[in-house]
Design a binder for this molecule. Sequence first.
Ligand SMILES: *[C@@H]1O[C@H](CO)[C@@H](O)[C@H](O)[C@H]1NC(C)=O
Ligand SMILES: *[C@@H]1O[C@H](CO)[C@@H](O)[C@H](O)[C@H]1NC(C)=O
Length: 465
Amino acid sequence: MARPYVCLLTLAAVLLLGIATVSRSKGLRGKGKGHQRAPRIPSQFSQEERVAMKEALKGAVQIPTVSFSAEELNTTALAQFGEYIHKVFPTVFKTSFIRHEAVGEYSHLFTVQGSDPSLQPYMLLAHIDVVPAPDEGWDVPPFSGLESDGFIYGRGTLDNKNSLMAILQALELLLIRNYIPRRSFFIALGHDEEVSGVKGAQKISALLQARGIQLAFIVDEGSFILDGFIPNLQKPFAILEQTPMPNMFGGGPFKMALQQLANEFPFPTNIVLSNLWLFQPLVSRLMERNYITNALVRTTTALTMFNAGVKVNVIPPVAQATVNFRIHPAQTVQEVLKLAKDIVADDRIQFHVLNAFDPLPVSPSDDQALGYQLLRQTIQSVFPEVNIVAPGTCIGNTDSRHYTNLTTGIYRFNPIYLQPQSFSSIHGINEKISVQAYETQVKFIFEFLQNADADPRPVPHLHEL
Ligand SMILES: *[C@@H]1O[C@H](CO)[C@@H](O)[C@H](O)[C@H]1NC(C)=O
Ligand SMILES: *[C@@H]1O[C@H](CO)[C@@H](O)[C@H](O)[C@H]1NC(C)=O
């Protein structure tokens, strides 16, 4: 993901340890009834396949596909990466119903033709490029892909070569088992996500729009299975800004997520969360006390650059500051700009918007939302210990912003456990993924692809019965 300060789920699967209640709600049912189709392929992999799987990821990490800036990409590495995926996923490239195209030279688009053209296609996204990683501070060199204590280390192991490799790996394994998809899908792998996605994702999107494609949904990187993210009120983090943007709690999907989570909490939290009409001010204050949940309730402000002066003995005539805002879904660029001007309240200071776009629309998460329901169903089967799946907000931009014309459902979810302390390794030091977590990610996609082929029958509205 591009410059994530905090990325909390568009789709959050929240694990609440020690609570026995399992709230399993209605989901898509593809099994059992309905007409006969090819039997389900079990997600069981041989020892040999499991070794090949992790070695393939290590090899991907070793290719330094760094985006230094929008103008400076390591094109040698990007070209090498294209050759690499041909080599490790030969079946994907030679299957007759899969079309591969290089877009913008280094990005890749796969069109997987399903057997049933009446089903609306979907798309999986991942990206090839990574942010730079100087050696300093790392336990192992960042492009070594070394394995240690059950973890594969290296830049891109969480962002986002894990997703990229897992998607192609799961497809390769399914194809080897003679899988024939029913629903068509696309796989789009951008090569400049970390620096805008203009050369990759934007071009792929334009190509698909020109072909008149409309997608049922998109699944992209973004959030994780969050373990221990429920605000820890014992150890609140300080809020650094003296004049933060207003608290917008209640304006985005996060409030809905909390309401869905309410029953999973012990007394008295369950009562509080079930009665947000009364306790909203309290909850929103508590959210502010942790830097991660704070980013869910307001637009965040980060002063990223400050320049003034050219010489020690000359008073600088001009000073310039660059501020990066992550805009809350309930606000717009213009509203944030106006607030910033009002806070500064000094007409000697000029404001220039360098680059901005309004928050993406909130994707559907109701019973009829196919992408959401497929994710929920797959989470519940691959992670049976996760007892609730809830929608949330992803703070941090990804390539999916280029695809808003193609679908109304964009879900950003990485099927991987993430503890709060691992957040900083993404774009930081010692980024790593456990071998087991990576295998599970492959398994997740393996299951997801098959779930997407199940009957898209509408889910009954239980409350209407
Ligand atoms: C770019 O990638 C090539 C090929 O993988 C590598 O040898 C080279 O060191 C990389 N350059 C930089 C500046 O990272
Ligand atoms: C979406 O479609 C509109 C109308 O065709 C076009 O002007 C706009 O550039 C497209 N946006 C993206 C992100 O592709």
